[in-house]
Design a protein around this ligand. Structure first.
Ligand SMILES: [Zn+2]
Length: 91
């Protein structure tokens, strides 16, 4: 189950909430602040791994992949990088 992080826009309190489902509607529903009870909260982007259910990469994996390509770009010719990318896509 994904864990989402929220921040209260009134008191600034950051809290996390375990999502009971992966339904999209869950993302837009309002979660009241546990500190002051305000409903003026919003989900914040964190490094919590949330799979999108479509086989996509988590934000962490995406960052790692970008770093990987950056590193490769420094020691390999561009044609080799393209090969890597193609191989990855064909997965
Ligand atoms: Zn609050």
């Amino acid at each position: 189950m994904p864990i989402y992080e929220y921040q209260c826009q009134d008191c600034g309190r950051v809290f996390s909430k375990l999502s009971r489902s992966v339904q999209r509607s869950d993302e837009s529903s309002t979660i009241p602040c546990p500190e002051c009870g305000s409903e003026n909260t919003r989900r914040i982007v964190s490094n919590v791994a949330v799979l999108d259910g479509l086989g996509g990469l988590t934000p962490g994996e995406r960052a790692a992949e970008n770093k990987f390509y950056e590193k490769q770009a420094g020691i390999l010719p561009k044609s080799k990088i393209d090969e890597f990318r193609k191989a990855k896509k064909g997965k």
